[in-house]
Design a protein around this ligand. Sequence first.
Ligand SMILES: [Ca+2]
Length: 430
Amino acid sequence: MRLPCWFWLSSAVLAACRAAGQAHNLTEGLGDASAQAACPARLEGSGKCEGSQCPFQLTLPTLTLQLPWQLGSMEEVLKEVRTLKEAVNNLKKSCQDCKLQADDHGAPGGIGAGTAPDNRVQELESQVNKLTSELKNAKDEIQGLQGRLETLHLVNMNNIETYVDDKVANLTFVVNSLDGKCSKCPSQEYTQSQPVQHLIYKDCSDYYVIGKRSSETYRVTPDPSHSSFEVFCDMETMGGGWTVLQARLDGSTNFTRGWKDYKAGFGNLDREFWLGNDKIHLLTKSKEMILRIDLEDFNGVTLYALYDQFYVANEFLKYRLHIGNYNGTAGDALRFSKHYNHDLKFFTTPDRDNDRYPSGNCGFYYSSGWWFDACLSANLNGKYYHQKYKGVRNGIFWGTWPGISQAQPGGYKSSFKKVKMMMRPKNFKP
Ligand SMILES: [Ca+2]
């Protein structure tokens, strides 16, 4: 049994005092003072009290104890012991956790964590088995390929060549025999005699190339970025393949029109018409064209003019005319003289003055749209007169026509029965 500290101390002090008291008795005569000095610890009553229940007060002197030096290292050892104890406790706890987990995992038919790992393991096992089997197959295949490769190594290149030659010879024979059998096929005869079909017909010459020989309307697409349109094709004159841009024959169509009409075109393609400046531009832009003009007067005289170049610019450039060298029988009225030259002139209509005549509009005076200079030596869009006429020369006019220059200023002016303007690619060979 462990006693409280104060009890141990008081006992020791009392024992010490008893020893001092005995010594005091041996040395009587020293008095109270010496007795007090011999035992510095005193036990005396504490304050006022009654009876025998008075508490005592113990006064102790200063006490110095000499302890062995090993006590210092004791503290270190105790610290280490405490650390070890903590470590042991932690290990114990870990072991308990392990045990609990092991119990959980071992529980058969449990839910949650108990079944999933089991299935997962099975799944992994089956995957491993599958992979093993695949690996084995691949190995077998590799072995097989290696075997074939070795065999191929043994094959001589000459043998391969011979083999290929044999096959080619066989194929050639088969093809030749098939060719012989098919030589009378009607479809092949057709494809051999027919030229390659055009996907786009830019002008009448393309229709001529595919065998069209009838003079009538066809649809052409000179520029795929613009819509296609109908034109009249002359497949007879000088070999055919002509795209007609203007025709006069009976006066059924009025040619006294404004800019918009000349731009878009007007009239009837089977009779009298102006194809339209935009279309003429596209046609002359798509290929290098030549221009042919056919004229017939009321006396039945037919003449022609041929220009080895023909181009009409776009609307922005006012449909400017470009013609090449002349050839023919009707005379070069378009390039009559230095002062009367329609080449490189802009298009003028009664409502749009682009001519070189400063005092007025040639289109207005001569009742038509044309590439007027200042003003004209030719105008194939003039009014249609069924016979000779007087007054302003606003009829169809070709300045180099035989005898036309002999007409008196106030006299009758000759007219034309038929006019046709048409173009064809320069390199076209009918
Ligand atoms: Ca003018």
